[in-house]
Design a protein around this ligand. Sequence first.
Ligand code: CO
Length: 169
Amino acid sequence: MTKLEIYKYGEQILRKKTEPVTEINDKIKKLVSDMFETMYGAPGVGLAAPQVGVSLRICVIDVHPDGKNSPLAMINPEIIEGENKVLAEEGCLSFPGMYEKVKRFEKVTAEFTNLEGGRTKIKAEGFLAKAVQHEIDHLDGKLFIDYLPDFKRKSVEKEIKRKKKAGAW
Ligand code: CO
């Protein structure tokens, strides 16, 4: 396994819609295992392929239910159902040190292809539901700051600009 570089906000690839995976081969399996290593090493609870510079529809998640590892790799995922919007704080490995309140579904059902090539459904709620929505957004070039009110998003962008100037981004 290899720890990959995590792309920060400002990189064009984070805004690109990803391509679906057409075949789960050794290259894809290696990428998924590298993504897990990168996510655990960050540390973080979710990572999408564009964040490591690969524009493919793949994300990995582990929100450690009951304090244990519970790795979830999703290939070509889609949200197929959502209910009840809630406001909760979240962050992103492409926005180190920044946390903002975002409104998302409290419960979601997602469909994805697993590493064995089968199509699977997952029902998620709470923290896991938030992570699933956040990571699938990445695959469509959407970032959590897109949900913020204008003034807030502008202040986040301003802070990032300041950090860039100081060489801290
Ligand atoms: Co993110």
